[in-house]
Design a protein around this ligand. Structure first.
Ligand SMILES: Cc1cc2nc3c(=O)[nH]c(=O)nc-3n(C[C@H](O)[C@H](O)[C@H](O)COP(=O)(O)O)c2cc1C
Length: 208
């Protein structure tokens, strides 16, 4: 009889311990799940905040309108402000004649220190974190008016990304030259966007 009582006691206390253990495990699982939900929500919140705070500019120079079309699409896709770099003295067809060594564009591009003037009316240049700069490829690189633009507004520490249109040349020449000339800028690899659609542009910037 005593033995039976003892057995009942052992069984009961075993059951009690089991139920206590299950309760604690349940509570721990709930706490772990809450922690996961909380950290995911915080990370998401920070991401949204970062994106909201990043101010983007699309600045472009276009002599005959090809780069301008791409710049407008890029501004549309990124929701960026759009700024046209307008030369004080517009380029005529004669100026753009690359076959003529004495044409304005040939003379400027042969002199790496040339800085063609542009109408300097960009407001709050320093407020931008990311600046896309577009241009036509001239003599395998960027027209020197892009140097004038970068000399005018100090984008040290900002992210700058080139985009361009061209007959067939790539953008690496421009990227390399400007990375050397403006080492304090945080450069990201540029891209030739000949005939790019908004979807092409979206894919490019998502993978930058
Ligand atoms: C002076 C000059 C030089 C050029 N040099 C090149 C070149 O080196 N490589 C190339 O592929 N295209 C070259 N092109 C072609 C332009 O890059 C191309 O037509 C561009 O899309 C024009 O853009 P825009 O209409 O925005 O000015 C040159 C055009 C000009 C006017």
């Amino acid at each position: 009889m005593e033995n039976e009582k003892l057995l009942v006691c052992v069984v009961l206390s075993n059951e009690f311990l089991k139920s206590q253990y299950n309760n604690i495990m349940k509570k721990l699982l709930i706490i772990a799940a809450l922690l996961v939900v909380f950290t995911t929500a915080c990370a998401q919140g920070n991401k949204t905040k970062e994106n909201k705070e990043m101010k983007t500019l699309v600045a472009y120079f276009s002599a005959t309108g090809t780069t301008e079309k791409i710049a407008k699409k890029l501004a549309n896709v990124t929701g960026a402000d759009l700024y046209q770099i307008i030369p004080e003295e517009r380029y005529t067809d004669e100026d753009l004649d690359w076959r003529n060594k004495k044409s304005r564009s040939s003379v400027e591009m042969m002199d790496k220190s040339s800085r063609p003037a542009f109408i300097k009316d960009l407001k709050n240049a320093q407020s931008y974190d990311v600046i896309y700069i577009g241009f036509p490829i001239w003599w395998y690189t960027a027209p020197t008016i892009i140097n004038t633009f970068l000399d005018t507004y100090d984008f040290s520490g900002k992210t700058v990304i080139f985009f361009a249109t061209s007959g067939s040349s790539g953008i690496d020449g421009a990227d390399k030259q400007f990375q050397k000339q403006y080492p304090n800028i945080n450069w990201k690899p540029g891209k030739i966007l000949n005939g790019a659609t908004e979807d092409d542009i979206k894919e490019w910037i998502e993978n930058l």
